[in-house]
Design a protein around this ligand. Structure first.
Ligand SMILES: Cc1cc2nc3c(=O)[nH]c(=O)nc-3n(C[C@H](O)[C@H](O)[C@H](O)COP(=O)(O)OP(=O)(O)OC[C@H]3O[C@@H](n4cnc5c(N)ncnc54)[C@H](O)[C@@H]3O)c2cc1C
Length: 1664
């Protein structure tokens, strides 16, 4: 509709008769950015969705407005029925009400708001908020305000923002801010047109100042006085005490103008908003790239990034993009309101469909944020985001709005438009709060849409099924599980899992929710799903399930359709594949290319009939069922669902259950139900139950038919003869829907038909039921949609109604650009979605190539031949075929555009792909790699996928790369760039139980964190090796790796993967075995120990995987270490925070309460099983505490503190550039190696459980328990030794290696200067003399190394490691103290913040080095468990220990009850006082190395028999006297220890214990002055949620220095694991009755049965 004038914008096509730029709104020829014409006029987006275009839009709208009121309100004469009954009293009702007249006279409220905004906005710098018909919520020109700012004195702010990433990288941003001149924010300096930009700049500067203050190198470990430079920034610009919270502490030169500009913007308190940093903070890369809209993430950069990393950019740009996509949405919403005012249903329909098209895009836009490291610019690293941007984005105070997506105007508008009624959930309340802070235009617009002519109400009142359907589609598209909300939720889940595990303490959405489980990402998932339900409620009443639980269920099928045709598409006489048409006339269903249909299939009449016949239900088919509780609740939900769709109250009848229930194949659960009902009297069922593969190919009708002949009539009657049919709905569950790719493409507004390409699945009926005869059965759904032609009429009723739904896969859509080449690989019916692709591309005039590779068995099965030939002839398609069982080939001839018949060897698709290898390679390679950047799609079964990938890999290898792995990388890049997409047709395969059994420890060892190692995961009892799957996982590899080595069932369920057939079928390709279940221990103590140990292993594995995320980014990401060729403080800061966190918290989840829990329980078990408490136990906890406060640990901390000092001293840092990075790499490697060692130890313990369980049953329970506990205890001790070794190792490392640096002299000088400054230079000089070292003979570094070591460290290598032991009484007394409640303990754990802003602010205050909230909760739960354990074993502890009555009495049941409340254990958290010299000496000894010798083996079964219950014995003490005991294996922590071990003779009695509690930070406990007076800086109000940790000083003497084990146990035989436990049928074969003689298909061909079946089928044919 654009007017063709003399001047026309070459980009947008918009024209202006005046010759002025259509986007500038002034009389200037120049566009807002100086171009002659603008590409911003959005013509393509407007055209796409039917909103008025460019400069003509106002005229068009005005034309609409000129309608007369009569035209609007009284267009037709009232019908007679309406007038007839009216009297004088009532006749006035014929005329419109005053309200309506006024409303019509004024126009639609939304239009009024829009027009006002458009009129006033351009003259006031849009300070009321950007809002226009042509640009929606986006600024008409994103550069206009920044240009205005740059032309004002405020330019100083934007100039500084332009330098920001570089300055942040140097650690110099605060200095730069302080140097800014004071520029006022008043109108005399900052014009209105520059206000937005000024607000954004100043808001960012204030926030970054705060961020820097909190992350300046003092947030982690600080030793001594620290860097004097740190304080130079504090209050440098005046303390601003007079200021309010938002600008407190922020330099006045930005605080004052910030307040001024915010006030002018109508913000009562100064703050930065989410839309400031996203929608109003981008610049376009290519302004001519306007299709379908310019603001695409790939076409934008942040104007003022803070860190300049892609995680920051992707989040913000995607938010900008959703608003860019929505530019015409604002106009469409207004038009909907106008259509409702005018009661114009056709117009409303048109606008709603257009709006749905836009909303459909929101999910895929959000999905662009990729967690896949090889996805180039789309990669948003969660670790980076969590530790940097998430911290930066904290609000200026906790009373101003948080930076949250809820504040974005688009979502507020959609909520209002879709009639959201409830805002009661946490996020609901937050949304309302944030709405109150929106710019006034936005608030007015949203209110106009919400309060006037509400769309959902109107649609409901119309009875127009098309409108209902489109609204339903819109609901799903915005708030549904597969729509925007669902996509957002899943993205957040995966992202936050990584973020939360890598040390972030809080989460955005999780704030305010009860974080009871301690897994914040799961909490966020719940919070988001609550708010989804709240939104859905007006549409779906009584929602009882979480949204993800509805995936893969009938709930997804919300429309009705009819099978209207089944057609041949090839020459196969069996019609194995058919085109099936589903009529959807007037349903309002819309779909696009790549969309899928979900359908609830109906059982064939014969299958339903068999069941009816066997159960005697033929006469009762129309009887309504009383749906009770239990499994019938599915049917109840189904009834509600059906009633909702049909708009009336519907009953579930017997017929419904038989036609819509799951009758085939038989799961073990279903067979078991029948078996139990028949009291085990059917021998065939017994045989079936021992099957090795489940489910069994058979139907319920089959097994009932056979069983009926075997079972006594009385039993049968008792099972099924009941008048009450309650059992029926419990026996037969509701069928699950099937998915089909849509094969049709419709250009019109609403399609009438959906076409599918369905290939019939066929299975061989279980031979147990056929007496060995081969009987083939069709799959339920494919058999229903495409039955064998001869069955069609007989088996299914005509025109049967089916429930259907539409879903849009996130990863299977045509490229936006019509010029992009598309390559489709199809196997068999995999051609289904591609038919819609080529049709859409050809009819849309796409200029890019369309290439189809099609693999089928034979010429006979070549489908859609005519259509394909036409498409080829039209030059719309290049077709390459592969027939696997036919020599009659079809070859594509590009010159004649025909398919030529030829004789050729049969082949698979990979051969054809290889033949076209060069072309395929170019298409797979990205444009950056010099390729064509084609969009590739694979569709078909899993084996088709494998063949295609094999072909492509070979092609790339042949044509481009030197290795297969390089070829794999090219493919992985295509996947990561979202150019490679899959549509895998699956039918879940039967699971064989013959596969190997994989132990939990084997699984745990495969975390894949090392390059080239394997990644395994466990899901619902199966183990998968997903190493090869990682690069192609659509959600990115990090997310999957977060579950590596673990049982990921819960995550799978949460993400609805388990109910996603596509995921499960793809996964089946990677299946490697069954996960060993928990052994069935007869002693509950064993079971409980197992659970504790398993949990500990899980924690360790999680620690390894998530630690490796950070380690990888520290060690491999050059971006974090360098920016602009200079050392980036981002890297230094990150490493400092990361390592501080580890050391300060001492790997808290592994060495905190969880370990103590195991230790206490094992101690108790050992003593309890012996019945006495004499002897000593290893002082595991004491050893761990001492390791954390050892000299080595102190030295390591000092070094890390020195790294912190460099955070704000970039010049010095650059002097040590190489040393610093080398140090980071070395220490990170040590971290990982250490955790690997710990995991290995725990895995040994895990294996011991299985071994113990397999011991001869004659072994006494107590004996087993004792042996196991002893073994596990030895492992705990080894773990403690490893910790000591770890500290020793990292204590040796240093970043000062001047010889490595590019300028060694300067580096040396920097060291000396530092030493001189902190005074250590002189101290060290004295030490040199004392030691009599010849310093001249050593080089400078050696001197430093030597000198910097305290005397004790030099000595410690000469001392032996001594076994540190402790008595039972001491351990229990300590545990009693540690886990007794403290008064007012709840106050220690502030309740979770109530508001989002509070949460964000709290998060930013907590420094990065504190324990994550996840870790804290893990700890507190463990503390809770210990407390309960102590309580429940109180009597035994009393009996066994010699704890004084006073001590033991102090532990009461109340303690146990009180302890769980946020779990902080024990009395006051005191500073430990290691005062005695004896203690110090011990603490500083132990130069432990990780244990290297193999673990002491568990006993062989035989030997174990001979071990008597030794009274009062603990390893290493009494058994020395027992000559009869087997030889005790030992391991030594050092050679000296070994020598001393031989001299160890007796156990010294423990020295009196000091029951000092230790704070969470073991190092903080030490007041050892030799460590430079280490201090923890209580910055940012960090909550001390510390758990008191047990610390014990043990006896002073030389107790045994070797580890001894009472139980001589041989190593675990390896074969066990390979073979796995034999899985015998649980069915007692001996009880099997005689199988009766059967004939045919399980005896069903008997005449009598057939007659009954005919009758049943006949009855079923009857109408509902
Ligand atoms: C994304 C996708 C697209 C597909 N597109 C097509 C297509 O265009 N054309 C085509 O012919 N086939 C397609 N399929 C396969 C189709 O969904 C069915 O799996 C197939 O028709 C066999 O179903 P059936 O009922 O006949 O098999 P049955 O043998 O009756 O089913 C076997 C077992 O698998 C389970 N099962 C089968 N399918 C599903 C499912 N979708 N969800 C959950 N459980 C299931 C059944 O409950 C049963 O336990 C597609 C599958 C997927 C996942």
């Amino acid at each position: 509709m654009s007017v063709m004038g003399p001047a026309k914008c070459p980009i947008s096509g918009a024209a202006s008769s005046t010759g002025s730029c259509p986007a500038s709104r002034s009389a200037s020829r120049m566009g807002p950015r100086g171009c002659a014409f603008s590409g911003f006029s959005q013509s393509s987006a407007q055209a796409l969705y039917g909103a008025p275009q460019g400069p003509d839009a106002p005229q068009i709208l005005q034309a609409r407005e000129t309608k007369t009121l009569v035209h609007l309100l009284l267009p037709t004469a009232p019908p007679k029925e309406k007038t007839a009954a009216l009297t004088l009293k009532t006749v006035d009702s014929l005329t419109p009400s005053p309200d309506s007249v006024l409303a019509a006279a004024l126009g639609s409220p939304a239009r009024r708001v829009l027009q006002r905004a458009e009129t006033v906005g351009p003259t006031t710098g849009w300070r009321d908020g950007y809002l226009s018909s042509t640009h929606g919520f986006c600024p008409p020109d994103p550069s206009a305000s920044p240009i205005a700012l740059a032309m004002s004195p405020g330019r100083v702010w934007s100039d500084l923002c332009n330098r920001m990433p570089g300055l942040v990288g140097r650690g110099k941003i605060r200095e730069a801010i302080l140097q800014l001149p004071m520029v006022s924010g008043g109108p005399e300096t900052i014009p209105d047109s520059a206000l937005w930009a000024a607000t954004v700049c100043l808001g960012i500067l204030a926030s970054v100042y705060r961020y820097e203050e909190r992350n300046d190198g003092t947030e982690g470990i600080v030793v001594g006085s620290g860097n004097v430079d740190r304080n130079m920034f504090l209050n440098a610009a005046g303390d601003a005490e007079d200021e309010e919270l938002e600008t407190k502490g922020i330099p006045r030169n930005i605080a004052i103008p910030l307040r001024a500009v915010c006030t002018r913007m109508g913000r009562p308190l100064p703050h930065l908003t989410q839309y400031d940093v996203s929608i109003y903070n981008f610049k376009l890369r290519d302004q001519t790239s306007v299709y379908p809209y310019p603001q695409r993430a790939e076409n934008m950069d942040l104007r003022w990034p803070v860190f300049n990393d892609r995680a920051e950019a992707m989040f913000l740009l995607c938010m900008a993009e959703v608003h860019g996509a929505f530019t015409s949405g604002v106009e469409l919403v207004v038009r909907c309101q106008e259509a409702i005012m005018e009661k114009d249903n056709e117009a409303l329909l048109e606008h709603l469909v257009a709006l749905k098209m836009i909303v459909d895009q929101l999910g895929p836009i959000f999905h662009k944020i990729s967690v896949n490291p090889s996805s180039g610019e789309l990669f948003a690293n969660p670790v980076e985001w969590g530790q940097r941007y998430a911290k930066f984005s904290a609000p200026l105070s906790n009373r101003v709005p948080a930076l949250s997506g809820l504040a974005l105007p688009l979502f507020q508008l959609l909520d209002a438009f879709m009639g959201r009624q409830k805002y009661d959930t946490f996020l609901g309340l937050e949304a309302l709060h944030l709405r109150a802070w929106l710019p006034l235009n936005h608030r007015a617009f949203i209110t106009a849409v919400e309060k006037f002519y509400p769309m959902p109400e109107y649609v409901k009142s119309t009875n127009d099924s098309r409108l209902h359907g489109v609204l339903e589609g819109l609901v799903e598209s915005y708030m549904g599980e597969r729509g925007f909300m669902g996509t957002h939720r899943y993205k957040v889940y995966g992202f936050l899992e990584v973020v939360a595990k890598t040390g972030r303490t809080e989460t955005n959405g999780g704030a305010g929710s009860a974080d009871s489980e301690g897994r914040p990402w799961e909490e966020v998932h719940k919070t988001l799903s609550d708010s989804m339900i709240e939104r859905l409620e007006p549409y779906r009443k009584n929602i009882t399930l979480k949204p993800h639980e509805m995936r893969g269920c009938f709930e997804e099928c919300r429309f009705r359709g009819k099978v209207t045709a089944r057609e041949w598409i090839d020459t196969d006489e069996d019609r194995n594949t058919a085109k099936v048409s589903i009529g959807i006339n007037d349903s309002g269903v819309t779909f696009g290319p790549g969309d899928r249909l979900t359908i609830m299939p109906l059982n064939s009449l014969s299958e339903a009939g068999k069941v009816a016949d066997a159960l005697g239900l033929v006469e009762r088919l129309d009887e309504a069922l009383r749906l009770g509780n239990g499994s019938a609740s599915d049917w109840k939900r189904f009834r509600t669902h059906l009633s909702g769709i049909e708009g009336r109250d519907v009953q579930i009848t017997v017929r419904d259950v038989l036609r819509r229930g799951k009758l085939q194949p038989m799961t073990k659960e279903m067979v078991m139900k029948v078996h139990i009902l028949l009291r085990g009297s059917s021998s065939t069922l017994l045989k079936l139950l021992s099957s090795e593969e489940w489910p069994v190919v058979a139907s319920l009708g089959d097994i009932l038919g056979v069983a009926k002949k075997e079972v006594d009539e009385v039993v049968w009657e008792a099972a099924f003869g009941n008048q009450d049919l309650d059992w029926l709905s419990k026996l037969i569950p509701v069928e699950v829907p099937r998915t089909y790719s849509i094969s049709s493409f419709e250009k019109g507004l609403l399609p009438d038909v959906i076409e599918l390409t369905v290939s019939r699945a066929e299975h061989r009926l279980s031979p147990l039921l056929t007496g060995g005869k081969e009987v083939i059965r069709a799959g339920i759904s494919s058999g229903f949609l495409n039955p064998r032609p001869s069955f069609e009429q007989a088996e299914y009723g005509a025109d049967e109604d089916v429930l259907i739904g539409i879903s849009r896969p996130l990863n299977f859509a045509l490229p936006i650009s019509p010029a992009a080449p598309v390559v489709m690989f199809a196997g068999g019916s995999g051609i289904a979605p591609f038919r819609s692709f080529w049709r859409a591309r050809i009819s849309g005039g796409a200029i890019g190539r369309n290439i189809l590779f099609l693999g089928i068995q034979s010429r006979k099965k070549f489908s859609y031949e005519d259509e394909l030939r036409d498409a080829v002839a039209y030059d719309g398609l290049e077709l390459h075929t592969a027939f696997s069982r036919d020599r009659k080939a079809l070859i594509y001839d590009p010159s004649t555009r025909t398919l030529v018949e030829a004789d050729r060897e049969p082949r698979y698709l990979d051969t054809t792909i290889l033949e076209q290898g060069s072309m395929v390679t170019d298409l797979v390679m990205s444009t950056k790699q010099g390729g064509l950047g084609g969009y590739l799609y694979i569709c078909g079964s899993v084996s088709v996928y494998e063949t295609v990938i094999a072909g492509i890999t070979r092609a790339i290898y042949k044509h481009r790369t030197g290795s297969k792995s390089a070829a794999d990388d090219i493919i992985a890049t295509a996947f990561a760039e979202r150019r490679f997409m899959l549509d895998i047709f699956m039918t879940p395969q039967a699971m064989s139980f013959k596969q190997p059994v994989i132990s939990v420890s084997q699984l745990a060892r495969h975390t894949g964190h090392r390059d080239g190692s394997k990644t395994w995961i466990g899901v619902h009892g199966s183990v998968y090796d997903i190493t090869d799957f990682l690069p192609i996982h659509p959600g990115g590899s990090l997310i999957v790796q977060a579950s590596a080595g673990l049982d990921a069932s819960k995550t799978f369920d949460d993400l609805a993967h388990t109910s996603n057939p596509e995921v499960m079928s793809l996964l089946s390709k990677y299946f490697i075995g069954h996960l060993a279940p928990k052994p069935a221990f007869s002693a509950p103590e064993l079971g409980s120990l197992y659970d504790g140990w398993y949990d500990y292993l899980r924690t360790c594995v999680e620690s390894i995987t998530t630690l490796s995320f950070e380690v990888k980014s520290i060690c491999k990401d050059t971006h974090i270490w360098f920016s602009g060729g200079l050392l980036n403080m981002g890297g230094v800061r990150k490493f400092y925070q990361f390592q501080s966190r580890l050391i300060q918290n001492g790997f808290s989840t592994l060495f905190g309460s969880k370990l103590q829990e195991l230790f206490v329980k094992l101690t108790f078990t050992l003593v309890d099983t012996r019945g006495r408490s004499e002897g000593v136990l290893p002082d595991v906890m004491g050893r761990i505490s001492r390791a954390g406060s050892s000299v080595a640990a102190g030295k390591a901390k000092k070094e890390i503190a020195a790294v912190g000092e460099l955070v704000c001293a970039s010049t010095t840092a650059q002097t040590f550039e190489k040393g610093l990075m080398g140090y980071a790499r070395g220490i990170c490697e040590a971290d990982v190696r250490f955790l690997e060692g710990v995991r290995e130890e725990i895995c040994h313990g895990m294996d011991a459980f299985e071994l113990i369980q397999s011991m001869k049953s004659s072994t006494l329970e107590k004996q087993r328990l004792f042996k196991l506990a002893g073994f596990l205890m030895s492992i705990l001790e080894r773990i403690a030794v490893r910790l000591e070794g770890f500290y020793n190792e990292i204590g040796e490392m240093s970043m000062y290696h001047p010889e490595m640096e590019s300028n060694p002299a300067r580096a040396r000088w920097a060291v000396v200067r530092r030493r001189v400054r902190d005074g250590s230079f002189f101290v060290l000089a004295r030490d040199v003399e004392l030691d009599g070292q010849h310093s001249e003979s050593l080089d400078f570094d050696q001197q430093l190394e030597m000198l910097s070591q305290p005397y004790e460290i030099q000595q410690r290598h000469q001392r032996a490691t001594k076994r540190q032991s402790i008595s039972f009484e001491s351990i229990m007394a300590q545990a009693t103290r540690d886990f007794q409640p403290r008064e007012q303990r709840i106050e220690d754990f502030p309740s979770p913040p109530k508001r989002l802003a509070e949460a964000h602010a709290a998060r930013a205050n907590i420094n990065n080095t504190q324990q994550s909230s996840y870790d804290q909760l893990q700890d507190s739960k463990a503390a809770n468990r210990i407390s309960q354990f102590m309580q429940s074993n109180l009597k035994a502890i009393r009996r066994l220990s010699r704890i004084t009555t006073d001590q033991i009495n102090s532990f009461t049941p109340q303690h146990a009850i009180a302890a769980p409340i946020y779990g902080a254990p024990s009395g006051s958290i005191k500073q430990i006082q290691y005062s005695s010299p004896a203690f110090r000496q011990r603490a500083e000894s132990s130069p432990s190395k990780p244990p290297t010798q193999p673990l002491p083996p568990l006993p062989t079964h035989e030997k174990s028999q001979s071990i008597s219950h030794q009274p009062g014995l603990w390893p290493g003490v009494q058994h020395k006297k027992k000559a009869s005991l087997p030889k005790i294996p030992t391991y030594h922590t050092s050679p000296v220890a070994a020598s001393q071990a031989s001299s160890a003779t007796s156990t010294a009695s423990p020295s009196p214990l000091r029951y000092d509690s230790l704070s969470r930070n073991p190092s903080s406990a030490s007041s050892d002055s030799s460590q430079g007076g280490e201090r923890r800086v209580p910055r940012g109000g960090g909550r001390d949620r510390s758990l008191a940790r047990m610390t014990m000083t043990s006896q002073a003497s030389d107790t045994v220095s070797e580890m001894r084990f009472t139980n001589h146990i041989n190593m675990l035989p390896q074969e066990r694991y390979a073979a796995g436990p034999s899985r015998e049928s649980s069915v007692d074969r001996g009880r099997m009755g005689r199988v009766r003689q059967e004939d045919g298909e399980g005896g069903l061909s008997r005449k009598g049965s057939l007659r009954g079946l005919d009758r049943a089928m006949e009855a079923l044919r009857g109408a509902r």
